[in-house]
Ligand binder design. Sequence first.
Ligand code: IMP
Ligand code: MG
Length: 192
Amino acid sequence: MVVPMSTPAPATVPAPQGELGMLIEAEKIAQRIRELGAQISADYRGKPLRLIGVLKGAWIFLADLIRCLDLDQVSVDFLGVASYGASSRSSGEVQITKDLDMSIEGIDVLIVEDILDTGETFHYLMRVLGSRKPKSLRVVTLLDKPARRTRPVHADYIGFTIPDAFVIGYGLDFDQKYRQLPDVRVLQAPSK
Ligand code: IMP
Ligand code: MG
């Protein structure tokens, strides 16, 4: 995958203050999604595009992003995956909890992710979806948390690069809670 030269650099977010601290305000998220939407629209101009939202964390991001796309032919499908239980540590095992409804063979596919953390989910998705012969396969992620990578990843479009903290809100959960918060907040800074 090639990163378009014109992709705006992800905004790097400063370290958070305190517990449940504000990390990224709703208005900053909206502004960044408008920028990503413009970039993605330019890159896929004239081509049918399939967005694949990774459930559950990415559904709010996908809903906002799709309304910032200036494209005639956009379709949507969802893939459910689970890698975290009631814990803020990844088990490292990724499972499909809901498969796609439609074939992606010969289609330009953009995976819509909430956050890249260890990279295990990313690798699993690239392997599983790549084997289904899409015409192209790219990734947009709202958040990138590079501190705990166990594998190298490459996202084509990144909203914000964030420090090593467990974040919630704007679709992201801890134990299925907090998804409804309009901003991204820090639940727990990393233990030292
Ligand atoms: P990875 O496989 O470790 O890259 O983790 C990917 C998935 O773990 C994400 O799609 C999220 O669902 C979840 N995740 C990772 N970090 C966080 C976080 O800080 N808050 C909430 N969920 C997270
Ligand atoms: Mg996720």
